[in-house]
Write a protein that binds this ligand. Structure first.
Ligand SMILES: [Zn+2]
Length: 181
């Protein structure tokens, strides 16, 4: 927060300096024009025109700088507003989920059913959840002897529970032999 404040104070100070410089240039231009009334000959007028042109060029640069600064500030403000909106939407979303641990040890964020909505029960990927991404886990191929869910966004696999072996006792095979199936 303090970083943003320092940044904002610096930008406001720059803007103020640019405005002060632009007003100074306008004052200089007015003085030159005022002095031109008293000029006697062509060469004096030409010298003042050159001086005035330089002041006007400076003023143009100062105004362009202010325009760019204004555009930067407007863009930054829109960006901060979008972040704020995203955070408040996420806070509402997050309140609908709670951390759940499956028997096999995998963690998910499980949807808390609301009285007033008919959303299907579902689980979210914890890794994506921490990044404020709502990614619904999908049923995947078993991982070894475990039912598994997979995140379609980051491809994380969550172990759900051990598959029952219908009465036949089978020891776990080496995991490598199951890779790729
Ligand atoms: Zn994920």
């Amino acid at each position: 927060m303090s970083f943003f404040d320092v940044d904002r104070v610096t930008r406001e100070a720059n803007m103020l300096n640019e405005i002060t410089a632009a007003l100074g240039s306008l004052k200089a231009a007015t003085d030159i024009l005022g002095g031109m009334v008293a000029l006697k000959n062509q060469s004096e007028v030409q010298a003042k025109v050159v001086e005035l042109t330089n002041v006007i060029i400076n003023l143009q640069h100062q105004l362009l700088g202010m325009q760019a600064e204004h555009a930067t500030q407007t863009g930054r403000q829109a960006e901060l507003e979008a972040q704020l909106r995203e955070l408040s939407e996420w806070a509402v979303n997050k309140a609908h989920y709670r951390l759940h641990r499956f028997d096999a040890g995998g963690f998910v964020y499980r949807y808390k059913a609301q009285d007033d909505d008919d959303s299907a029960p579902h689980d979210l990927c914890t890794q994506c959840f921490e990044k404020h991404i709502k990614s619904i886990l999908q049923a995947a191929e078993p991982e070894g002897w475990h039912k598994a869910l997979r995140c379609p966004h980051c491809s994380s696999v969550v172990l759900v529970e051990r598959i029952q072996s219908s009465g036949v006792t089978i020891s776990d095979p080496p995991r490598e032999s199951w890779r790729g199936f």
